[in-house]
Design a protein around this ligand. Structure first.
Ligand SMILES: [Zn+2]
Ligand SMILES: [Zn+2]
Length: 240
């Protein structure tokens, strides 16, 4: 009886969190189910509630290894946020997330298995459409089929933690301020990552635009004109 009540409560929590995650993400997809369950498992391994209490949230850091549907669900259920530095995105392209307890130092990496994809029809034999079958199957698959779990060591420095900025330096090439020890030192001088050659963009040129003196307290400009092309490129080469 007591076990039934606990199972019902757990299912209610799952359905509630899934509904919230679907609303935040924009649609119900197999990734939402996997992500909600990934977060529930991670939190359970840490002995945290789902969603975490405020004091638990302050001890929680989550690394998400893919920018896919699942990642949104993990972030929703755990309530970690990029802006609070409790959500770390690492671009591995792996369906996995690591849950770190800052207080105990314990960390669990929960990995979605490829086998679970192959077993979809075993768990949802009546569904003919693949996506619907996945949605149905991932609800009822045991955690042991859906996931592998590793206990891992995560080395965080004070520069990775929430709280005020601990260090600021100025890039000697572009003048941009770099926070939290993210600069690259070359020949003893600090550079931002883009200037050090590790940027995701290239050909950067400062532009001006017609309505550039607008602010929210002013009337909306009727239309935003095209960027005014600089006479000559300040930095980098102009794209022809
Ligand atoms: Zn999705
Ligand atoms: Zn720079």
């Amino acid at each position: 009886m007591e076990q039934d009540a606990r199972a019902n409560a757990a299912e209610a929590t799952f359905e509630e969190l899934l509904a919230g995650s679907v609303a935040a993400h924009g649609h119900l997809c197999p990734g939402q189910i996997v992500g909600v369950r990934m977060a529930l498992l991670g939190l359970r391994l840490m002995n945290f509630e789902a969603p975490p209490t405020y004091s638990q949230l302050k001890q929680l850091i989550v690394f998400i290894e893919m920018d896919r549907c699942t990642g949104d669900a993990v972030a929703y259920v755990t309530n970690v946020k990029l802006g609070r530095r409790s959500l770390k995105f690492v671009d591995y392209g792996i369906m996995a997330a690591t849950f770190v307890n800052l207080e105990s130092g314990q960390a669990f990496r929960v990995i979605s298995t490829e086998e679970s994809r192959d077993l979809t029809l075993t768990y949802a034999p009546l569904e003919t459409e693949k996506r619907r079958a996945q949605v149905a199957a991932y609800r009822i698959m045991p955690d042991s089929v859906l996931f592998r779990v590793q206990q891992v060591q995560v080395d965080l420095t004070p520069f990775d933690l929430p709280g005020p900025t601990r260090r600021k330096v100025t890039c000697v090439q572009c003048g941009q301020v770099v926070r939290d020890n993210r600069e690259v030192v070359k020949d003893g001088l600090p550079y931002c990552r883009p200037c050090a050659g590790g940027g995701y963009f290239s050909e950067a040129r400062e532009i001006t635009w017609e309505e550039m003196n607008w602010a929210p307290m002013l009337p909306r400009p009727e239309k935003v004109g095209p960027p005014i092309q600089p006479e000559s490129a300040a930095t980098g080469r102009r794209v022809p």
